[in-house]
Design a protein around this ligand. Structure first.
Ligand code: GTP
Length: 913
């Protein structure tokens, strides 16, 4: 090498340009910048200058920590490296001393470098190795690339310390392994894999060297030291410096830890969170590294443990605490939700429910009781935290008023509904009453038709509901309102008892409301009140003069004859009923009718049944709530308050409630809103649940549960004879467990009125050779009313008997295909009558079963003999098309008849509720 630039040399020596420049300057070599050129002589001069200093440089602070452990701290940076190296030699020194002889020449080659020059670590020490072995028996494996301190002087100087240290070191064979690893690494550093510290000599003892890795850390305590620590690798020269191959006597663990702590402390001060973590991580790693070095067994254990902890845990079946086994539900819960809360499979719940006789799906809502029983099976408890509406409304659980103290009760006017057959004079009678008995002192108010009104007779009031007819009456009852105290049954004296008269009687009886009979139109020439009385005895309405207890009043609505007499009798009946209410509490009652007024918003006519309603009262009705804004009566008078049995029209509700909804005045608007919202929620749930009314399928289960003590039946048939025959047969089926009660019978198709009665009374409807009117069928479906249609009385009786015994066989269910109207008929000789039809809805198929219905009565049931579209045979004809239909063996088809097409499907009886 002839010439070299400063930076090249610096790189070669692993020094900073600056540092090298400084050294050069010191050595008297002129070099200005890193680009300056140096001669060989310059370099030698530099080396010469450095060499002697080396020996002095090492300045080590030594402290004996415990027997055999000496902590050394380097005081200066650069030179320290060498010092340590030398200092550490202890273990080696002897070896060195001897080895020197052999080594010297080698080292001599590079004497100039010694001053601090790193040296390419080459397979140098082949020779050194054996030498090293000698001194420290424990230290085998002379590191080939080992840099070693060589200077004799040093070696000697340290010999002493070394001796002291050796005994300790030797016994640590574990150190050897890491040492091996360390070795190659030392080679890597720096561009010029230099390592050797000049003054030192090659030592064999590199096994320990590995451990030394720690020492520099402790000594330097710089961040870079921390890093080294973390990787667990041997020290790497920071900034490209050669690693210091320092052999320390066995580093004391305490000593080792200290630097780590220090480092951490420093970082904390810097306040760098991320660093802290990194540091901690590093610390942990170094700890492990140490563990591996010093406690291999423990390290192994640690690894195993770690491995074990990573393995996925096996699922353990745990039994939750008692408190967790309590499920809080609000009134109802679906099967799926309950399963989820209990942490069991929904299928298991469904299986359990099936074993309890309930066929349900995952979305089936369970009421509190069922949920409670079910949960108990799984060791869970169910708590009903449902919204306590009753408490807010101050009513009993069944919706009735809470018991008032006797002294609080005062007499209240009766509430009357007028019923009767069409045209028997209901409206006329209502008008007559109203006109003749206006409340005294009325100051010319304009009559308002608010759906109810009250009249006064001798200071005693009577409230009349303005919507005559049993349909409205029962509709209200079906909604839960028990409004009417007395039914006035209007029967035209010239007409007598008619079908609707009968219906009205049955509806009133089903509601348990007493009847006052008004025999109307007595002014008519053909009037025969006695005939009416006679006819009514059939219905257990026997006049008092004939020994019965029914009040009969003969009136003429048209001529206003005996209207007061009727009122008198109504009041008399009311007295018997001892109608009382407590006016001194928050009002409650029923909605008689309601509508949306363009100007005033929702308007409702309510009948106060208890308490006193005042303007400004917060109220809730159905799913609506609000505050009473205005209150008027049927005479258009503004009222401030309304006492029991007063019908008033109010505004202020948030929406239009339904007729028959109850209303309650509550403490404040907030409560009103809460109740309304809760009801809306329940309504949605009910929609989902669609709990049906009683049906034959569930009759047995319900009898068993004690739910059903009597089965109410409505019988409709094509002829009176059938009605009677069925009634007789059914009544004989009554048992101790379940009594059969026929609440209504009539000839004719099944009407909406029948369905509404069945719905209100939880009855089933039996039809013999009759069909439900289309609207009635829809209503029955909506209300969940069970309609059973038969052709043969025996079948009906057998079905009910079996149902009561839980033996209801699979039943044949009709699947309706379509309805066809007969619009024309043609008689074709030899073939018979062909009906020209129009398919109203659904479809009719060639193989369908059909039923010919005339006025809701089944005239024929059988099969089609032909189905044609124009002249062609058709397999099916859909709604909106015309077709020609012939019926098998039946020709008496008439225009206006309805042909119902259906298929028969067998349905297994289920116990699903
Ligand atoms: N002669 C006579 N006719 C009466 C009497 N009451 C009602 N009418 C007549 O009977 C017919 C029917 O009377 P409404 O009051 O409409 O009978 P309704 O029962 O209300 O009839 P619907 O509303 O159709 O159910 C009317 O033409 C009345 O004028 C009465 O006391 N005497």
């Amino acid at each position: 090498m002839s010439k070299i630039r400063v930076y090249e040399l610096a790189a070669k020596l692993g020094l900073e340009n600056k540092e090298l420049l400084a050294r050069l300057k010191k050595a008297g070599v002129e070099a200005k910048t890193h680009m300056s050129m140096l001669d060989e002589s310059d370099v030698q001069q530099l080396e010469a200058d450095q060499a002697p200093k080396e020996t002095e440089a090492p300045e080590i602070e030594e402290r004996r920590i415990s027997s055999g452990i000496i902590r050394r701290r380097r005081k200066e940076k650069a030179p320290a490296v060498k010092k340590e190296a030398k200092a550490e030699e202890k273990a080696v020194q002897k070896a060195e001393a001897e080895a020197e002889a052999g080594k010297a020449p080698e080292v001599a080659e590079v004497p100039a470098e010694k001053p601090a020059e790193p040296r390419a670590v080459e397979p140098v020490s082949a020779e050194a190795a054996p030498a090293a072995e000698k001194p420290a028996a424990a230290k085998e494996e002379p590191a080939p690339a080992e840099p070693v301190a060589k200077t004799e002087a040093e070696a000697e100087a340290e010999a002493e310390a070394a001796k002291a240290a050796t005994p300790e070191e030797t016994p640590a064979p574990a150190v050897e392994e890491p040492a091996k690893e360390a070795a190659p690494k030392t080679e890597e550093p720096g561009p010029a894999r230099i390592v050797v510290e000049e003054p030192t000599k090659v030592t064999a003892n590199r096994a320990k060297i590995l451990g030394r890795v720690e020492l520099p850390q402790s000594v330097v305590g710089t961040p870079s030291a921390g890093k080294r620590d973390r990787t667990g690798k041997p020290a790497r020269p920071a900034g490209g410096r050669p690693a210091r191959q320092v052999v320390t006597p066995v580093p004391a663990p305490a000593d080792l830890q200290a630097p780590g702590k220090e480092g951490r402390g420093k970082k904390k001060k810097k306040g760098k969170g991320a660093d802290q973590f990194a540091d901690r991580r590093g610390d942990r790693r170094s700890k492990r590294a140490r563990m591996e070095v010093f406690e291999p067994e423990r390290g192994e254990r640690y690894r195993k443990l770690k491995k074990a902890s990573k393995q996925p845990k096996k699922t353990e079946i745990t039994v939750s605490k008692a408190i967790k086994r309590k499920i809080r539900i609000a009134d109802a819960i679906t099967v799926g939700e309950l399963a989820k809360r209990m942490g069991v499979k929904a299928n298991d719940l469904i299986r359990e429910l099936m074993s309890m006789g309930n066929m349900v799906t995952i979305n089936h809502p369970l009421d509190f009781e069922t949920a409670e029983i079910l949960a108990a099976e799984f060791n869970y408890e169910v708590e009903n935290v449902g919204f306590d509406e009753e408490a807010i409304l101050n009513v009993e659980a069944d919706g009735s008023q809470t018991e008032d103290k006797l002294e609080d009760l005062v007499e209240r006017p009766p509430v009357v509904t007028i019923m009767g057959h069409v045209d028997h004079g209901k409206t006329s009678l209502l008008d007559a009453i109203r006109e003749t008995n206006v409340i005294a002192g009325e100051a010319g108010g304009i009559t308002q038709h608010i759906g109810a009104y009250d009249v006064e007779l001798d200071g005693r009031k009577i409230a009349f509901l303005d919507t005559p007819g049993h349909e409205a009456f029962t509709a209200m009852r079906a909604r839960g309102a028990k409004v009417t105290d007395i039914v006035v049954l209007v029967v035209a004296a010239d007409d007598g008892v008619m079908p609707q008269t009968k219906e009205a009687i049955n509806h009133a009886k089903a509601a348990g409301v007493p009847i006052v009979v008004a025999v109307n139109k007595i002014d008519k020439p053909g009037a025969n009140p006695d005939k009416v009385k006679q006819e009514l005895t059939e219905f257990e309405l026997v006049p008092e003069e004939w020994g019965g207890d029914t009040i009969f009043v003969e009136v003429s609505a048209k001529e206003k004859i005996n209207i007061d007499g009727l009122l008198e009798m109504i009041l008399l009946q009311a007295e018997v009923l001892e109608l009382k209410a407590n006016p001194n509490k928050r009002a409650s009652g029923a909605v008689v009718e309601a509508r949306l007024d363009r100007g005033r918003g929702p308007v409702a006519t309510v009948l106060v049944q208890a308490g006193t309603l005042r303007v400004g009262d917060p109220i809730v009705s159905g799913i609506h709530w609000g505050r009473v804004r205005t209150m008027i009566n049927d005479r258009g008078e503004q009222l401030k308050e309304a006492a029991p049995s007063t019908p008033v029209e109010i505004t202020g509700l948030s929406g239009v409630p339904d007729a028959g909804d109850t209303f309650h005045a509550v403490k404040d608007e907030k409560s009103a809103k809460e109740v309304a919202q809760h009801r809306a929620q329940k309504l949605r749930e009910a929609e989902l649940a669609k709990t049906s009314k009683i049906s034959l399928e569930q009759l047995y289960a319900r009898i068993q549960q004690g739910d059903v003590k009597e089965l109410k039946v409505i019988i409709k048939a094509d002829v009176q004879g059938s009605v009677e025959a069925v009634r007789e047969s059914l009544l004989k089926l009554s048992t101790d467990e379940c009594r059969l009660v026929v609440i209504h019978t009539a000839v004719g198709g099944i009407t909406e009125s029948d369905i509404s009665l069945a719905s209100a009374s939880d009855a089933i409807v039996l039809g013999f050779n009759v069909r439900p009117e289309p609207k009635a069928a829809t209503m029955a479906e909506a209300e969940g009313v069970d309609i059973r249609l038969y052709n043969i009385i025996y079948d009906a009786v057998a079905d009910i008997k079996n149902a009561m015994e839980g033996l209801l066989a699979p039943t044949m269910k009709e699947v309706e295909l379509g309805r066809v109207e007969v619009r024309e008929t043609f008689h074709i000789s030899k073939i018979g009558t062909i009906a020209g039809c129009y398919v109203l809805e659904g479809k009719v198929t060639r193989n369908a079963h059909v039923r010919l219905v005339r006025d809701s009565v089944v005239i024929y049931e059988g099969k089609l003999s032909s189905l044609k579209r124009f002249k062609d045979d058709a397999r099916e004809v859909a709604a909106g098309y015309e077709c020609g239909i012939g019926l098998e063996n039946y020709n008496d088809i008439k225009v206006g008849d309805i042909i119902e097409a259906f298929e028969i499907e067998e349905v297994k009886t289920t116990l699903e509720g």
